[in-house]
Design a protein. Structure first.
Lengths: 279, 342
């Protein structure tokens, strides 16, 4: 059997508070190959923290424990800072929510893309430039040379997000995490960026973890969906059979979506049950 | 280079604003000087002079004219480089200032260099190790620098390094033996001794300036490190720092190549402020170390009601402030593309 791309078992992230440690991710498990996994849940459900824990980005005082955390054949538990540096950008990348904040405001886009290459591949400056320009073209930018020379504030949100994707894919990682990659974009651009992401992931045969609070959107793009609630995965679904959801939280979320059938009626709101957390 | 050109244009545009600022500064100083309960005529002729002498001196000083004419005349003089006659030294104020100001420039420049070279890295490091022991130590040391009276620290320094250990040259700018042998060229003792190739004199000058410069450096270090730490802590919480880590950047890269360049604009502003404060003449330091600088000059002039000297000194301080502000404004667009106007 082929080795899975990512194996996570019992991942838990806790933060100390004055009233004792509070777990924000509880017993998260996922085994995935080069497929598209969606992680949905409301704000504060632990989606982003899970992604950050997988890439070793939880900063003290946050604490990460797991029974297994393995990327390809590499054990990530107890990885040294140097080990993480060699892994991030090269083996796995992550796209953050809002390019307005996630790009360094005083560095040119080209320089920021080349930084990934500079950190991982001993190639010459001219070749770096070519790779960066090619990558800009690959993320659907018509005038790569202009964007290469631009500063982040000179780009639109959609352009910025494309540049971000370029930065994360230029060194050809196998795993890409996208943390709400389209939430900060307007609706038209959102669709374009999603389609681009889908194409890139499919063409390059990457594993994708798409984090979002938009259940139908995730269902369109992903193969499997994990539903998180209060730091826990409460349900794992095949994206083709959303209606087969059995967990009351997922059913509640689906019921809240507007559809032609419910036209003219008030949409229901979610009524929570403490027993969901134990599930 | 584009930034430099734009900076030049901005500097030219700011020149008019600079003039207005300086005239305003002079006006305030002038008015304060006139309403002070000190009679500059008495200061010039002494209180035993006859009424006739007094009136003559009053006329000679132009004090019989209305205040606004006096001010106009003063401004006219300043425009021609004439700052008036010091009643204390009986020499042109401009000459006096040309003599004392280089001493202050030399001392403050060394001081601010110490402050920058140590303060910025300490601030960055403290932010990196926020709330851990290195941060606590750096914070305590800067707080100490901030709150210890300079005359006390200066005296203790002299006591230990001059009186006890003999490492420092002690008060003054250079040993008396060299005082008249060094040819004056720039007015900066270190430069002049180097220029004349007199290594012994250079060593002597260095041993004199080291202690007060380190002391001033410590004070600006305290300020610069504290502010840099604050800016860096805010910067490190930003999302682009996460992006850098995601690309595989090391913590050193994150600190020095991503976060620090982003806070250079406020850090430069802080440095300019600290430098201006030093240039203003640190009266206490100059007193403790018998350093013949601007601060000492203005203070002495003030005590002897030598208003032209006080006004002249104030003008120099004002010009320093405004110029340093302008210089940092010119640097902004070079450091941060977002502040470049199109």
């Amino acid at each position: 059997m082929m080795q899975p791309l990512l194996q996570v078992h019992g991942l838990t992230v806790t933060f100390p508070t004055p009233s004792g440690p509070v777990p924000v991710v509880r017993d998260f498990s996922l085994t995935m190959g080069r497929e598209k996994i969606g992680v949905v849940g409301e704000s504060g459900s632990g989606k982003s923290m899970t992604a950050r824990a997988i890439l070793g980005l939880v900063r003290p005082p946050g604490q990460v424990t797991a029974r297994t955390l393995q990327l390809e054949d590499m054990d990530l538990m107890g990885l040294s800072p140097r080990g993480w540096q060699a892994l991030r950008g090269k083996k796995a990348g992550m796209i953050l929510q809002d390019p307005k904040f996630s790009l360094n405001p005083i560095k040119r886009i080209g320089n920021q893309i080349e930084e990934t290459l500079r950190l991982h591949e001993p190639i010459r400056r001219g070749e770096r430039r070519e790779r960066a320009l090619a990558m800009l073209e690959a993320v659907g930018i018509d005038d790569p040379v202009r964007v290469y020379k631009s500063y982040p504030h000179e780009l639109s949100g959609g352009m910025g997000q494309r540049a971000m994707i370029a930065m994360m894919l230029v060194s050809s990682p196998n795993l890409l995490i996208a943390d709400e990659p389209t939430s900060a974009l307007d609706v038209v651009v959102r669709e374009q960026v999603l389609r681009l992401l889908d194409t890139l992931v499919t063409d390059r045969g990457l594993g994708l973890i798409l984090i979002s609070h938009d259940l139908p959107m995730v269902a369109r793009f992903c193969d499997r969906i994990l539903v998180m609630y209060r730091g826990r995965v409460v349900e794992t679904l095949d994206a083709r059979y959303l209606d087969a959801a059995t967990h009351p939280y997922t059913r509640g979320l689906l019921a809240c979506l507007p559809s032609p059938a419910t036209r003219g009626h008030m949409l229901p709101t979610l009524s929570r049950d403490p027993s969901w957390e134990a599930a | 280079m584009r930034g430099l050109v734009l900076g030049g244009v901005m500097a030219a545009r700011g020149f008019a604003a600079l003039l207005i600022t300086l005239v305003g500064l002079l006006l305030v100083t002038f008015v304060v000087g006139r309403v002070m309960p000190i009679d500059p005529v008495v200061a010039a002729v002494g209180d035993k002079a006859s009424a006739e002498t007094y009136a003559k001196a009053r006329e000679a000083l132009g004090l019989d004219q209305p205040v606004w004419i006096q001010f106009g005349r003063y401004i006219g003089g300043v425009a021609r480089g004439d700052l008036g006659q010091s009643s204390l030294s009986n020499r042109p104020v401009s000459e006096d200032i040309a003599r004392v100001f280089p001493a202050t420039v030399e001392l403050s420049t060394l001081g601010i260099l110490v402050g920058i070279i140590l303060g910025v890295p300490l601030g960055v490091f403290a932010a990196h190790r926020r709330n851990r022991w290195p941060d606590q130590i750096i914070r305590s040391v800067s707080l100490l620098g901030y709150s210890t009276p300079v005359f006390w620290l200066g005296l203790i320094g002299l006591l230990i390094f001059y009186a006890q250990l003999g490492w420092s040259g002690g008060p003054g700018r250079i040993d008396t033996a060299y005082r008249y042998s060094v040819e004056e060229w720039s007015g900066l003792m270190l430069v002049d001794t180097l220029y004349s190739g007199d290594w012994d004199a250079f060593r002597s000058a260095l041993s004199h300036i080291a202690l007060p410069a380190l002391l001033l450096g410590y004070f600006s270090l305290a300020y610069i490190a504290r502010m840099t730490r604050g800016f860096m802590i805010e910067e490190l919480s930003k999302e682009y720092v996460t992006t850098a880590r995601l690309k595989g950047a090391s913590e050193a890269d994150v600190l020095w190549r991503h976060a620090l360049p982003n806070v250079l604009v406020p850090v430069i502003t802080v440095i300019a402020l600290a430098y201006a404060q030093l240039l203003e003449g640190t009266v206490l330091t100059e007193t403790v170390f018998a350093w013949p600088g601007l601060g000492l000059y203005i203070t002495n002039s003030l005590f002897s009601a030598d208003m032209p000297a006080v006004l002249g000194g104030t003008l120099v301080v004002g010009v320093c402030f405004v110029l340093l502000n302008k210089i940092s404004e010119i640097l902004y667009p070079i450091l941060d593309p977002r502040t470049r106007s199109r």
